[in-house]
Design a protein around this ligand. Structure first.
Ligand code: NAP
Length: 288
């Protein structure tokens, strides 16, 4: 099986690169903007003429949630237009497009975990463009899998966990919002789940299937920050504040817990609790 990964130098892409070593039977082709710019249709066409792939896992995205408010066109180009190109290229190759989306497509006024079929209501430019990408996959792809995930972190790249570790060492106290509720996702676990899905293949007759994947459990950003400090032995005091007290350019959903029943049912996946996965990530960072 040939698998093309785009945006392979980001958090999730790097985890897939690491995991790939354990799958010698799978033939991976890892690319990022320097050798395959997914906003360049001609480059994508040239690449697909020269290379075969059965699956394309798209890890590339415009992920700067606040910056997207100032750069909507850039966000649209990478998050929607490029995904339209990928869907078309996959159709030409009879390949399945695996696209990653976000819990931010939901409005966040709910109180119970969101199912794949629940109504979306994106609140920010980033979220609108990510939902636009989902629409593109649903409209264009003959075969697609959309995996929505939340609060992604890894030993690679920039993320909340690494920011908390840095700030926690620099400061005596940190203020973190306690009224946004969701679930952190360790990108190692997400990468494993994605490969499980790819190896098992489509489990339904729908041309495009959506799945939710995060770690198990629920917390606020405040709880997550507190757990990071506790587990890593950092003596920084974490103070809970409201979103109103820490205004940012992009609105975030207050509640965006994902219901993962479908992916567990279709692929028999066991999902670790967020706190266990966080410990694994901290341990790996310590071993570096
Ligand atoms: N991060 C989160 O908390 C979170 C939460 C929910 C869902 N998601 C979704 O999960 C997916 C993976 O996120 P991530 O955090 O792993 O992303 P990431 O770390 O920002 O990685 C994205 C990668 O795409 C590359 N890229 C940028 N423009 C490109 C282009 N034109 N062509 C090819 N590659 C390009 C980036 O390169 P440069 O670094 O050089 O720009 C980077 O290596 C995304 O779809 C994201 O929306 C993320």
């Amino acid at each position: 099986m040939n698998i093309l990964v785009t945006g392979a130098n980001g958090q999730l892409g790097m985890e897939l690169q690491e995991l790939a070593k354990k799958y010698p039977n799978l033939n991976f082709h890892f690319t990022d903007i320097h050798n395959l710019d997914i906003t360049n249709l001609q480059a994508l066409k040239d690449f697909s003429e020269e290379n075969n792939f059965d699956f394309l896992i798209n890890c590339a995205a415009y992920t700067a949630v606040d910056k997207a408010e100032d750069e909507p066109e850039k966000a649209r180009l990478l998050n929607i237009t490029a995904v339209e190109y990928l869907a078309e290229i996959c159709n030409l190759k009879n390949a399945t497009l695996v696209h990653i989306s976000t819990d931010y497509v939901f409005g966040g006024q709910g109180y119970k975990p969101y199912k794949e079929t629940d109504k979306t209501a994106p609140q920010s430019t980033y979220a609108i463009t990510k939902l636009g990408a989902e629409e593109a996959v649903k409209t264009i792809s003959k075969s697609g899998i959309i995996v929505r995930t939340s609060w992604l972190y890894s030993t690679y790249g920039h993320n909340f966990l690494k920011t908390m570790l840095r700030l926690g060492k620099e400061r005596d106290e940190l203020k973190v919002v306690f009224d946004q509720i969701g679930t952190p996702t360790y990108a190692t676990d997400l990468a494993k789940a994605i490969l499980t899905v790819v190896i098992a293949g489509k489990q339904s007759d729908n041309p495009v299937e959506i799945y939710h994947y995060s770690n198990e459990g629920v917390c606020s950003w405040y709880d997550f920050a507190l757990a990071i400090m506790e587990e890593s032995g950092i003596k920084c005091k974490v103070i809970p504040i409201t979103t109103k007290e820490y205004p940012l350019p992009a609105e975030r959903p207050f509640y965006s817990v994902l219901d993962k029943s479908l992916i567990k049912k279709h692929f028999d996946i066991e999902i670790p609790h967020w706190r266990e996965s966080m410990k694994s990530c901290l341990q790996k960072l310590n071993e570096r």
